[in-house]
Design a protein around this ligand. Structure first.
Ligand code: ZN
Length: 474
């Protein structure tokens, strides 16, 4: 099977960041066969006209709680505290295996629709192995590339990672799945001086699983967790530190020295309160960055939003810091090109998949996205191509998506995706949650109280305005 993208603007994201205009990309079986102009296609090739479009590598999200997609948008007005109360303390336990399945199915479809061809499913709702079976069943039902980051917020990681059924599950469902389904262990390090998480790190080491951990989250995890991991020898280049927002220079130095990377979820950090999105710090420490969207309970799962908000937050901070010193930033440090790199090769490197995906180069696996929308006035002119991807394009402009050589989206619509079934399963989950909680608690959870706002005294008065006649007096 082969696919030929014809006559597009190709963003290769190779080491030289080669950009080719009016070029073709030929996919044969699961690999990129050739990139160039005027390519000849083997017989039976599906040709896709990419004229006026941008051909780029599939994007990579390194941290998404896909099971929470079942509650899309429910927590739009939450803080992190409200999120913790809802999922960790009160209602996370209500999720049955079929609810994990429903959320993962929808989250997986959402990812490939947005051109996110690889997603880490940060799956911390796996209360039992049956929940985990359901999570993997859903990931395998959708033709995307996924990594299951196994977690369970209802139990200490030292407990669940020691259970024989967990080990059995890993060997049955995760090991040996190649590059379509990877495996990580997902748990947080609270900073307890006894370091009870040590046992889980030892299991991860034994299973060869990278650890992904929410680090530097205001009010939850801090420098103590990083120090304990470092002092015990568990900071490795495979580790992914999610958020890493509220940390001191000492922690960033430890991360930089041990080669791990940070998954930045800017839109999440801005709203939920983990700390200021840290790219402005990470750049100074030369710490590798990947991007993520965290959860659809607040945000959508598209990396255009991640790129856009990350550029904005980094520049915003740089201007603010400069103004505090009475200085003016005349040149931006963070460039659009850099966030496109983070959304593609940055993710691939973080996951150890950089020899396979993350760029368009002959011999690599074919995860390809065509951004093209002939109905949109925003698709021309394409002058600064990185800027166009980061600030102009939207998920609705994702015309075609290829994962592992297979066309999964074409002409702006998912191919063979059973959205009716996904919708029915999601409806069952919502009915179950509302029924279990009661309508009142369900609505209260979605509508947290608004704190009182004190309006600042204003010394200026509209003395020249006569409210009675609604006219200025002179
Ligand atoms: Zn998270």
């Amino acid at each position: 099977m082969s696919v030929l993208f014809r006559n597009g603007l190709v963003l290769t994201m190779d080491n030289n960041h080669t950009v080719l205009r009016d070029a073709d990309v030929l996919v044969v079986d699961d690999k990129i066969a050739e990139i160039g102009t005027g390519l000849t296609a083997p017989e039976g090739t599906t040709e896709i006209d990419a004229t006026g479009g941008i051909i780029m590598p599939g994007m990579i999200d390194t941290h998404r709680h896909m099971w929470q997609t079942a509650m899309r948008g429910y927590g739009a007005d939450w803080t992190l505290t409200q999120y913790f109360v809802w999922y960790y303390l009160e209602s996370g336990k209500r999720f049955r295996p079929q609810d994990i399945y429903a959320g993962n199915l929808l989250g997986a479809l959402e990812a490939i629709d947005a051109g996110v061809t690889t997603t880490v499913d940060w799956s911390h709702g796996l209360q039992t192995v049956d929940h985990a079976e359901a999570a993997v069943d859903a990931l395998e039902a959708v033709p995307g590339r996924f990594v299951l980051a196994y977690g369970n917020i209802q139990q200490g990681p030292w407990d669940w990672s020691a259970a024989p059924e967990f080990h059995d599950f890993v060997s049955r469902r995760l090991h040996g799945k190649g590059d379509m389904l990877g495996f990580q262990m997902a748990f947080d390090v609270t900073g307890d001086p006894a370091f009870p998480e040590k046992a889980a790190f030892e299991v991860a080491r034994e299973l060869g699983a990278p650890v992904t951990t929410h680090a530097g989250v205001w009010g939850a995890t801090n420098d103590d967790g990083i120090r304990l991991m470092h002092e015990n020898g568990f900071m490795t280049p495979q580790n992914i530190y999610v958020h890493a927002a509220t940390l001191t220079r000492d922690s960033y130095n430890r991360i930089a020295a041990t080669g791990g990377s940070v998954s930045v979820s800017t839109e999440s950090e801005q709203s939920a309160g983990q700390g200021y999105p840290p790219t402005w710090q990470l750049r100074h420490h030369d710490i590798p960055v990947s991007l993520s969207m965290d959860t659809s309970v607040w945000w959508s799962g598209d990396l255009f939003s991640a790129m856009r908000t990350t550029l904005g937050a980094d520049r915003s901070r740089e201007h603010l810091e400069a103004h505090g010193r009475q200085e003016t930033v005349t040149h931006c440090h963070l460039r659009a090109e850099q966030v496109v790199e983070w959304a593609t090769m940055g993710g691939a490197r973080a996951l150890g998949l950089d020899s396979l995906v993350g760029s368009l180069e002959p011999g690599k696996k074919a995860d390809v996205v065509l951004i093209k929308n002939d109905r949109s006035p925003v698709m021309f002119p394409v002058l600064n191509v990185y800027g166009h991807v980061a600030f102009q394009a939207q998920r609705a402009d994702v015309d075609t998506v290829v994962v592992n050589g297979r066309i999964v989206k074409r002409d702006g619509a998912l191919v063979d995706a059973d959205l009716a079934t996904a919708r029915a399963k999601i409806t069952e989950t919502i009915d179950h949650l509302v029924g279990d909680m009661g309508e009142e608690a369900w609505l209260a959870g979605m509508n947290p109280d608004v704190p009182e706002t004190k309006v600042t005294d204003n010394p200026y008065q509209y003395t020249d305005y006569d409210a009675g006649s609604a006219q200025w007096k002179h």
